[in-house]
Design a protein around this ligand. Structure first.
Ligand SMILES: [Zn+2]
Length: 282
């Protein structure tokens, strides 16, 4: 994916109420985050050698941080790297599959044709209001529609979701629906979100549709990931944020640096000092 530094500035000047803003993400951002946690839990204690003492003293770099915490020598950490890399790839592949992604090449333009995911699922619990949701995926994307639909509905009905207070629950349908959750290429996202300007990069929630940009769904967003969020957490955020717009929720600002971000903060662009959070109930 090409870097698009000007977008941050461009989006920063847009004053569009129901627009989620995002930028391209370095491919290394997510694996690094996962690699740190895997390394921290899998390192084997060993003798401390000169190399590791040097690393611990300097405190720079992922390997040295792992060494400082575990006492594992730098040489041994390097030897373990191929195994760690395999583990990280397995974790990421499993996360992608759970989100419905069947490939890593997300085209900027696909067929332009939405396919409704077949099937219906009752709301998991009673609520003051049950809203029906139709899930649609653009044909031509490397996506398993059923898996994506399961992921999206699980997020919506999570006890940390919009129905945490018993106000709403979500049922899935493939017929007429109260709202639609759509996974689309950048080009189709732009068309569906118009007149909001998503510029092939970002998502929107408008006109009864939460349109999730497939590139963001796949890669996440730099601001969210560099602030410590995971790709799965970003996907949870994206569903809740865009559906939040359909429930009438406007954007919010980070209330206090270091606080968990309200889900209606535009966390694709800027956490404003808050911590990443994808849930309405914090
Ligand atoms: Zn938004």
């Amino acid at each position: 994916m090409g870097a698009v530094p000007p977008l941050r500035a461009i989006f920063g000047m847009l004053a569009i109420g129901a627009l989620t803003v995002g930028v391209a993400v370095p491919a290394s951002a997510a694996p690094e985050a996962v690699a740190s946690s895997v390394a921290a839990t899998s390192a084997t204690p060993s003798r401390t050698d000169a190399a590791s003492r040097t690393d611990a003293a300097s405190g720079t770099g992922a390997a040295s941080r792992t060494n400082a915490a575990s006492g594992t020598g730098a040489a041994r950490a390097k030897l373990a790297l191929p195994w760690l890399r395999t583990s990280v790839e397995q974790v990421l592949r499993a996360e992608r599959a759970r989100a419905g992604l069947t490939g890593t090449d997300i085209p900027g333009t696909a067929s332009g044709r939405l396919v409704v995911v077949a099937g219906s699922v009752d709301a998991p619990r009673p609520a003051a209001r049950v809203m029906s949701v139709r899930v649609e995926v653009e044909d031509g994307l490397p996506v398993d529609g059923a898996a994506f639909a399961d992921f999206a509905l699980a997020v919506l009905n999570d006890e940390r979701g919009w129905g945490h207070d018993g106000s709403v629950a979500f049922a899935r349908t493939d017929g007429a629906a109260d709202l639609r959750v759509v996974l689309a290429s950048g080009a189709l996202t732009d068309a569906l979100c118009y007149p909001l300007r998503t510029l092939g990069e970002v998502s929107c929630g408008t006109a009864g549709r939460a349109v999730l940009n497939a590139e963001r769904w796949s890669q996440g967003a730099e601001a969210f990931l560099t602030a410590g969020g995971t790709l799965t957490a970003y996907r949870q955020y994206l569903v809740n944020h865009e559906v939040g717009h359909l429930l009438g929720r406007p954007h919010q600002a980070c209330p206090t640096a270091g606080a968990s971000a309200p889900v209606m903060v535009q966390q694709t662009l800027d956490l404003q000092g808050c911590l990443p959070n994808g849930w309405p109930a914090r």
